[in-house]
Design a protein. Sequence first.
Length: 101
Amino acid sequence: MNSKPETTPDPEVTCSDCAAACCRQQAMLFDDRGVPDHFVVTDSRGVASMARLADGWCVALDRATMACTIYEKRPWICREFELGEEECLAARAANYGCPDR
């Protein structure tokens, strides 16, 4: 049974008109073995996540191209983040430069 409610992605939302808003969210790691160690931080509770820069951006984001530098090895949570769904729209609305729909 899928615990995620069924939603219909907004077809007008594209990555090309967003400034990688999803790359400003915390990306916790769940048994992600392919992520290079130098991109991972572990907090005092032992929870691993993608490291972030001082301004909140994921360290794996190439700021010149706004593309993931480890796309083929990106964390599961990043793979599951769906374009145009509720989480995407919320991230876009919360981050400067991303139009909300």
